[in-house]
Design a protein around this ligand. Sequence first.
Ligand SMILES: CSCC[C@H](NC=O)C(=O)O
Ligand SMILES: [Zn+2]
Ligand SMILES: [Zn+2]
Length: 424
Amino acid sequence: SSHSAEDKLAIARFQQYLKIATAHPNPNYKPAQEFILSQAGSVGINTQVLEFTKGKPLILLTWTGKDPSRPSILLNSHMDSVPAEADKWVHDPIGAVKDNSGNIYARGAQDDKCIGMQYLEAIKRLKSQGFQPLRTIHISYVPDEEIGGMDGSEAFVKSKEFENLHVGFVLDEGQASPNEHYRVFYADRIPWRLIIKATGAPGRGSKLYDNSALENLMKSMEVIGRFRSAQFDLVKSGMAEHGEVIAVNPVYVKAGTPTPTGFVMNLQPSEAEAGFDIRLPPTADPQLVRERISEEWAPAARNMTYELMEKGPLRDIQGHLLLTVANHSNLWWLQFEKAISAAGGKLGKPEILASTTDARFVREKGIPAFGFSPMSNTPILLHDHNEFLNEAEYLKGIKMYIAILEILSSYTETVDDIAHKDEL
Ligand SMILES: CSCC[C@H](NC=O)C(=O)O
Ligand SMILES: [Zn+2]
Ligand SMILES: [Zn+2]
């Protein structure tokens, strides 16, 4: 191909990282750790391994700035991936095979091993150009993002070690864009889990009677289904984006009396339950959802109980909504926008991510964070079969991070300077 020797090596390193088996349920973090440490060694930046839970290392790299007293920048990515069904892929999900058009296939190609390596490649190139950042730049490689981040990012962000980094701004993963505009995310939806349980009198399969456990559960399913459709209709009609509505999706139902080969077919069971994945944009009113659950989705009057697990707050420690301001009143946003256009990129309208990332933990502390994975003109394939990223797009991403790091690590303007410039 027409890529430079340097680019070819960068692509090979990306493929090497993709070949490390870090998919759940058994992510093998040790080889990922070794690989990242060896790459950091060749770049010449400081390394630390933190282990908040045994067997779940968090790798922290640091490029110290000329003025370490200024708030630092943290670039985050996770080492783990969701599993892949290898037989449904055209190439081995752990093979990092590159096809004739330069598409590199692997679980993690988009989510999010691309950014983990691009961060390092960008720093490598900036160093070779003699660039020295004013602010300190940290890069973290965390375990367990895909399973909620409790033993990874959450433990890290709540640690003394994190406090000492004096982080002022975070970049974390985003998502691919099918068009030429890069996507940027200023918030995540917050995950809740709901288990609803119905009880009722058992009875013969043949009998019509009120208040069976499954009848009660089915009523809840209908009510929840209507709420779900109403939210989805807002998206379908173009009135809202996916990230702006409340999602509630059934993820399991459990009922019936098992036999060795199936279920008893002529008995109405006395218990039934269902589980739901709920996601709330930070702009939602959580109290209204709680009331809906207790009054409509699992009312005691219908012999129902429920267990609600709110997996995170919708507001930060100061009581502000859990979102990062993406307009001119946020200097980091201004610099970020400036960097993207300096590198020749176009940004789409800032979005709320429909799923959930580790960025929520830093936002909880009031630290501004954007989700950004530089992949334009790329189908959205995270968690899907045949996840791939094109090599040219990968290389373009390195250039984006070079511009981002150059500008964000070294700006000295204040909001006042910028307001003044606008007046002139
Ligand atoms: C309950 S936190 C789960 C986090 C996970 N993150 C990426 O896919 C997600 O499902 O959004
Ligand atoms: Zn991810
Ligand atoms: Zn993911």
